[in-house]
Ligand binder design. Structure first.
Ligand SMILES: *Cc1c(COP(=O)(O)O)cnc(C)c1O
Length: 398
């Protein structure tokens, strides 16, 4: 590595709070599905900013929209209407089948909104203030206090206890474990349709259907976190659409803005009519014209160019390539996931493989210490999958 990048990394370590063990590259620009570091080295990107850059880095239509909005108006306030937010909300409704949208700045904030929605829904029903939410072990919902409180990973949670309280954890894909936690205080069951950070685990169809059923029977809200698995990542606009299990509340972020920080929580009309009202929730930046211009254009491109169908078509190809790698190397124990959200489970930490891959011009990321996670831009083609598999095979070998 050249002096310039080494110096910059030292400066970063002096100035930034040390909450990440960063890989030692300074990324500078993107082109197509490739990233370049400050010294001009090219990397095939199979991370996409962790499931964010669905459209890759060279979508001129998207960039021109942002440039035009920049010249027009960046921000107003949610006390006024703006055209991009109205159009983006209409598109989200159409794509998700949800009825009401609230824009946030991040995924964690979308989860906060979903939690508040559930608590208010329960409160309006019976006036109690001790409602419980059932969340899943090995889940990930974000780093703010509310989102952290429903994150089923004690390593992330313990140093910050107490959380918001009245949260119970059940085992993912174990309906009995969920039922053991259901009682007359339960106002919501929250889960990722496909667990991301916790290990690329899709929900079993029967598990999800059973949860939907108990929610219907007991007027409990089903909240699906689609922040990572939504927006085409599994070959469906939202992962739950494959299961035909519609949530009452859902969250989105990551690829929703394809690089512009934005998230959303949405709900059915019934929940909208029986939860948050004027004064209950708000945000300064959330839903501003700039972020919503991005969402609006992203959703337009998704619909017109059938991005989810592209993922569905190429999924077996990526699956096959990673299966080959799984079969060939004894250190790889399991291959799982859905769509362009796959993981290889190793019998040891994957950091050395990731560093090797970086040396060889491939950007990969982990999910937990022993799992290699594949969340590439959704616009990759077979040639990129071939290139990735070739480099990865060599790196595991070494
Ligand atoms: C990334 C992620 C979040 C948190 O989103 P942020 O934008 O980082 O706050 C929440 N849930 C899931 C499933 C995620 O993958």
């Amino acid at each position: 590595m050249g002096q310039k990048m080494t110096d910059l990394i030292s400066e970063a370590e002096e100035a930034l709070l040390h909450t990440y063990n960063r890989y030692r590259i300074v990324l500078d620009r993107g082109e197509g599905v490739y990233l370049y570091d400050l010294e001009g080295k090219k990397y095939l990107d199979f991370v996409a900013g962790i499931a964010v850059f669905a459209l890759g880095y060279s979508n001129d239509e998207y960039k021109d929209t942002l440039k035009a909005q920049l010249d027009k108006l960046l921000h107003t306030s949610n006390y006024y209407y703006n055209v991009p937010a109205i159009e983006a909300a209409k598109r989200i409704k159409k794509m998700s089948g949800m009825d009401r949208v609230f824009f946030t700045n991040s995924g964690a904030e979308a989860i906060e909104g979903a939690i508040k929605t559930a608590r208010k829904y329960g409160f309006l029903k019976d006036g109690r203030t001790d409602h419980e939410i059932i969340a899943m072990n090995h889940s990930f919902h974000g780093r703010t206090m509310g989102a952290l409180s429903v994150t089923g990973n004690s390593h992330y949670r313990d140093p910050f206890e107490p959380g918001i309280g009245n949260i119970r954890f059940a085992d993912y894909n174990d309906f009995d474990s969920v039922m053991k936690n259901v009682n007359d205080k339960t106002c919501a069951i929250l889960l990722e349709t496909v667990q991301g950070e916790g290990g690329l685990t899709p929900a079993d169809p029967e598990f999800l259907k059973s949860i939907r059923k108990v929610c219907d029977e007991r007027d409990i809200l089903l909240i699906l976190d689609e922040i990572q698995c939504g927006m085409g990542r599994t070959g469906y606009d939202f992962a739950w659409q494959k299961y035909e299990v519609k949530p009452d509340v859902m969250t989105s972020a990551k690829a929703l803005g394809c690089g512009v920080p934005v998230g959303a929580f949405m709900m059915t009309e019934k929940v909208g009519q029986n939860s948050l009202v004027a004064g209950d929730h708000g945000t300064t930046y959330g839903g501003n014209p700039f972020a919503c211009a991005a969402v609006n254009k992203v959703l337009e491109i998704f619909e017109r160019d059938k991005i989810s169908d592209h993922v569905k078509e190429l999924t077996p190809y990526l699956w096959g390539k990673l299966d080959e790698i799984c079969a060939k190397h004894s250190s790889v124990k399991e291959h799982r996931g859905a769509g362009f959200m796959q993981g290889l489970v190793f019998d040891k930490p994957v950091a050395p493989v990731i560093n090797k891959a970086l040396d060889n011009g491939l950007i990969l990321i982990n999910a937990g210490a022993n799992i290699l996670r594949f969340v590439p831009p959704l616009v990759i083609e077979k040639e990129h999958i071939d290139e990735m598999a070739e480099i990865l095979d060599k790196c595991i070998e070494d």
